[in-house]
Every structure is written in C-alpha cells, then in structure tokens.
Design a protein around this ligand. Structure first.
Ligand code: AMP
Length: 430
C-alpha cells in the first residue's frame, strides 16, 4: 500500500478531472458503495475459484459475527446496490461510475499494489454490442485525452455459458497431456479455473498455451454475431484493437466481450534527466472490463445484461510520469504575503487573511512565525508581488504597510482600506 504525497496529487487530480468530464458527457452518473461488503457477495459474484477471491481478499469476522471483506473490485458491490435500491425501475440502461480504493493481497511488485485505485463505469440493462463499443471507445478516449497514446485495446469473446462449457471441455483435452509442463498454480487452475491457464505469464505456461484451440471456434451463432458487430463498430470509430484469443481476465462473471487497455509491446526510446534510456513496456494493463450478462441474476436480481470497465489509476499515474507528460500544478500562485510581527498584529491577522481570501486575493501567510526576516524570506521564495507588513505599531494605529517586492517601495495604508487597495493594485497590474 502506498501514500499519495502532496506533490503527487496533481497527477491524480489531472486523471480524475479529465476522465470524469468525459464519463459525465457520456451520461454516466456517480455512485459510491461501501469499501466493505459481505464476503459472500464476492464468493458468488467474482467467483470462488478465481485468484482474487481464493488468494487475494482481505477477509475478517466482525464483532457481530459477520464475514466481511475489503472490496477487491467494484462491480459486485455496484450490482448489489442496483438490486438493493430497486434501480431496475429506472430508465435503462442505468449508467454508473465510481472511483475508489480496491484491496488485493497480491504479491507486491512494480505496478501491483495491495491497495490500488480504480475509476470504473458500468452500463446496466442493455445487451447490445453498441454498449460494449461505447465502453471501449470512452475508455480509449480517456487514455488519449490524458496524452497516453501508445495503447491498444486487446479484445476477446468468452461467448455465453453454454459455448464456454463446450470450450472448457476442449481445453481439458488440450491441456491433459501438457500438465507436466505448466506451473504449480496452473496445475490447480486445470481443475477449477482452466481458462486462466491461457493467460498465465510463466514462460513454460505461455509455451504450453501456444497451440490451444481458439475460443472463436466454440462460440455459437449469437455470440459470433455480437462479436462481429462490435468489431465493425470499433473499425468505424478507428479504435486500434488486437484480437487476443488468450485474454481471459480474472473474474468469473464475464460473458461475451472482454477487453483490456494495454501498452504497445515494444521498446521505446526515452530520455530521462537528459540520459537516453530504453524503457521496455511492462505490458501491465491500464484497465480492463467486459460484459457480465449473468451477474445480476446470479446475485438475486432479475436477469439483466450489463457491461463495464475499470481503469487502474495508480498505473495511469506511473504511465504519465514515464511518458514525461506535463500536468497542471494544483493551486494558484500567491500574489500577496501577509507578514505579522508582535502579539496584537498576530491576533488580528487571521481575520485579515480571511477578508482577503473572501475578496478573491491569492494570499499566503505563515502565522506561526515571529521573525519578520524569516517571513520575508518565505515571501521572496513564493515570488509574491506584495508583502503586507503588519507590525506592533501598525496594529495599534489601525494601519498596515504594503511593500512592493520588485522595487522595495513601501506605503502605509489604513487597515480598513487594505483589502480594497490590494484588489485595486492587483487589478491594475494584472
Ligand atoms: P481488474 O479488476 O483486475 O480488471 O483491474 C482493473 C484495472 O485495475 C487493471 O487493468 C489495473 O490497471 C488495475 N489493477 C488491478 N489490480 C491492481 C493492483 N494490484 N495494483 C495496481 N493496479 C491494479
């Protein structure tokens, strides 16, 4: 788990602001669900035999005896909220988005955290391939708007439950004679999560997966039609996609389309701190999602088709830095510094600061300090145009000194008039 320090915040804000504005333009509304849900929800929703549920959940018993887990992903919770709040009566599709931390007790490594942040969207109540296309399109446009250009969309179709069952049987026949060659984890995946053998990153497992039968051969006509039309739409809107037959994703609830936003697999020349270096794309997905037409009824709601994705914000922030993308600084540059000296002035300073802030003046201060020298040093470092010097004598007289920093020219004005005077000066000088 990692901290996000003040100097990092500009990246996070940049991502959220850009992404939320696109998401809202496409009609998604914000929903927030609790970070903690019943463990049962994830067992049933995400799937008992998935890596996420089997190995990565932070689960605990409460004092009241409930079995709860920190959410490892957001879709199951949003579907629970959809059912519990009777959202089925709303006009469909119901388009939702959310942003928040997810928790997975994974092996910590580059780009993989135990608490990571996801920005996610869900479109509930529409089975059409145009929904899948819109989701992919919006996700891609968000990455593009952030300045991240070298990304592809990898897509695949898992078909519906019946075609998947036939495919799983074919995979069992394929892998049986190859079981000796795969990693220990894949040996247990063979029994209860065989699809995930296809995207294991171990070299021996990649080799073993090479000649696996493609899932397309097992899709029924409806599933093929859905996928074909999706591809036609993606062609039409010029989204660069790659068909990846070995893409399976980590949750059991997916049906039909699944996809991931992945960096292009190539070495890029970059210059960091003036030194040319080679960055090999780590291949870590910046986001992923797909269709989950069975999840809502599996969790006790009416049969309702749905689809969604989640972007990994931690990884997006890393990518922004690796690509040297400039992001706007947070906060405005102060134009005025309020320096105070002596007890009487200090007492009145907080109210004076507030009056200036309310008047729209970008002002900074360091009210805890007593020495005027150290306060002027801060004012210089901040590069303010004016420093207000509020000393013992001025506090008694009801005045204050305005010092123009460039010229060193000082003028004493009435305390009551200083806000107006500063507004006037800042307006005249831009
Ligand atoms: P998933 O729910 O596994 O589909 O994850 C959606 C996105 O969240 C991924 O594509 C990653 O960008 C990000 N993500 C997932 N797990 C982690 C993790 N442990 N650390 C950082 N980012 C993650």
């Amino acid at each position: 788990m990692h901290d996000i320090l003040p100097e990092e915040q500009k990246y996070w804000r940049y991502v959220l602001k850009k992404a939320e504005s696109i998401i809202e333009d496409y009609g998604f509304e914000r929903i927030d669900t609790p970070i903690v849900e019943s463990t049962e929800l994830f067992l049933r929703g995400v799937g008992e035999n998935t890596d996420i549920v089997e190995k990565e959940m932070y689960s605990f018993k409460t004092r009241g005896g409930d079995d709860l887990s920190l959410r490892p992903e957001g879709t199951a919770g949003v579907v629970r909220a959809y059912i519990e709040n009777g959202m089925q009566v709303r006009p469909h599709p119901v388009k939702l988005f959310y942003y928040g931390p997810m928790f997975r007790h994974d092996q910590p490594q580059a780009g993989r955290y135990r608490q990571h942040w996801q920005l996610a969207v869900e479109t509930i109540g529409d089975a059409s391939e145009i929904v899948d296309a819109e989701l992919i399109f919006v996700g891609y446009k968000i990455l593009e708007s952030l300045g991240l250009k070298n990304y592809n969309v990898q897509i695949n179709s898992l078909g519906d439950a019946s075609s998947r069952a036939v495919y799983v049987r074919a995979l069992k026949d394929y892998y049986k004679p190859r079981l000796k060659k795969v990693c220990t984890q894949c040996k247990s995946r063979f029994k209860n999560n065989i699809l995930r053998m296809l995207d294991c990153k171990e070299e021996t497992c990649r080799e073993a997966a090479k000649d696996a039968p493609p899932i397309f051969d097992f899709l029924n006509e409806d599933a093929k039609k859905h996928f074909k039309r999706l591809i036609e739409i993606l062609d039409e809107c010029k989204i660069p996609y790659i068909l990846n037959q070995n893409l399976v994703r980590g949750q059991d609830y997916y049906t039909h389309t699944i996809f991931e936003f992945v960096p292009e697999e190539k070495e890029v020349e970059k210059s960091l701190d003036g030194k040319p270096v080679q960055i090999v794309s780590s291949g870590l997905a910046l986001g992923g999602g797909g269709r989950y037409d069975r999840l809502i009824d599996m969790l006790g709601g009416p049969k309702t088709p749905a689809a969604g994705w989640a972007l990994g914000v931690d990884r997006i922030v890393t990518a922004l830095k690796q690509n040297n993308i400039n992001v706007p600084e947070i906060g405005v540059k102060p134009k005025v510094f309020l320096a105070q000296l002596g007890d009487a002035a200090k007492k009145k300073s907080l109210m004076l600061f507030e009056n200036m802030r309310k008047a729209g003046i970008e002002v900074k201060s360091s009210l805890g300090r007593d020495s005027i020298k150290s306060q002027l040093r801060i004012a210089n470092r901040l590069g303010v145009r004016y420093t207000l010097i509020f000393g013992q004598k001025e506090a008694i007289d009801g005045t204050i000194i305005i010092r123009e920093m460039d010229t060193g020219i000082q003028e004493t004005v009435l305390l009551d008039k200083v806000v107006e005077e500063m507004k006037k000066r800042l307006k005249n000088n831009g």
